[in-house]
Design a protein around this ligand. Sequence first.
Ligand code: SAM
Length: 385
Amino acid sequence: MSVANVEQVVKERYREGAETQVPELCCPIDYDPRYLSVIPDEVLERDYGCGDPSRYLSSGETVLDLGSGTGKICFIACQVVGPEGRVIGVDMTPEMLDVARRNAPVVADRLGYANVEFRRGRIQDLQLDLDLLERELQERPVRDVDALIAVQSRSQELRQQQPLVKNDSVDVVVSNCVLNLVDNNQKQELFREIYRVLKDGGRAVISDIVSDEPIPETMQNDPELWSGCISGALSEEGFLSAFEKAGFHGIRILERADDPWRTVDGIEFRSVTLEAFKGKEGACYERNQAVIYKGPFKEVVDDDDHRMIRGQRYAVCDKTFNLYRQEPYKGLFVFVEPLEEIPLAGATPFDCSRTAPRHPQETKGSDYHVTTDQEATCCGPDDCC
Ligand SMILES: C[S@@+](CC[C@H](N)C(=O)[O-])C[C@H]1O[C@@H](n2cnc3c(N)ncnc32)[C@H](O)[C@@H]1O
């Protein structure tokens, strides 16, 4: 199926799903009941998610929900992030947006604050504001080729001048059962877009349907299976590697359903939630820092190809040192600071292409010949050996 066909089929199915509940598209999820009481039934009944990325959000964060549907995850997320946080839902189906937009003031009234908005766009092109473009098209409909070319160039202008979602503007991108609905030829752009809109240090928390085997072409050409979250599902390993290829790091599976949601011709389709971080790029400086991988594995390799054996002390640049101090690595390493701090302003470049052991004398300094007084290291008469 072509990109246009996939989009039409998906839009048609979810237009219907916005108007009435479509049971085949539902996958039962246990959302935290504390957050459901303020959400109108019309939204809750049209729940087409397969996981709950909102569980992994924190207070004050700016969240972008890709394929927000009738808004359920946004309305849960807005309570988790609280009045200091913000939530933006993006969807391409006008009927889904209508339900979400008319319920946003109801939820805001019940909560006593308004921090959710819904925007119309395609998640593989988060720069183009489709409401803006449509308004212009209504004033100047396309009737010939010249007008079509003008629209293409105007779309490009809108992307640059009034992007739907700006670069580096979001703390967490979430999505619930939508990535699989994007045509395979556009998935690379989709992952690039997720990366673009995230702030440095931001993360993606994505729930989606994945397959345990490659999907045959016959299944990929079936419109019913496309819109039913089957044909476009990535394989379990492909889901993780797509984030890796887009430049993410610290990618991990947060949840994986034991039982398949559906099995089609022997291929199992199940829900997986993963987390992936942005922000491993940047200059590498030598500040004489070292890390020791604590285990339990004998050896680990990070997304910059640093290979580390358990218990050994390795030289790392300042950027990697600080990256490892944050999630998801925090707790896996011992951090060894140099005895004498090297100010960042005076630090020399560090060669991050290799992983070298760090001799303890490098962190202590070659002039370090201290011998401690045994008594001085004792805490009390009974504590010493
Ligand atoms: C399976 S539903 C999930 C809705 C919602 N996340 C939930 O948990 O109920 C898929 C939603 O993604 C939207 N969608 C599908 N492909 C899209 C795309 N390429 N760009 C934007 N929205 C898309 C559909 O309109 C629909 O609302």
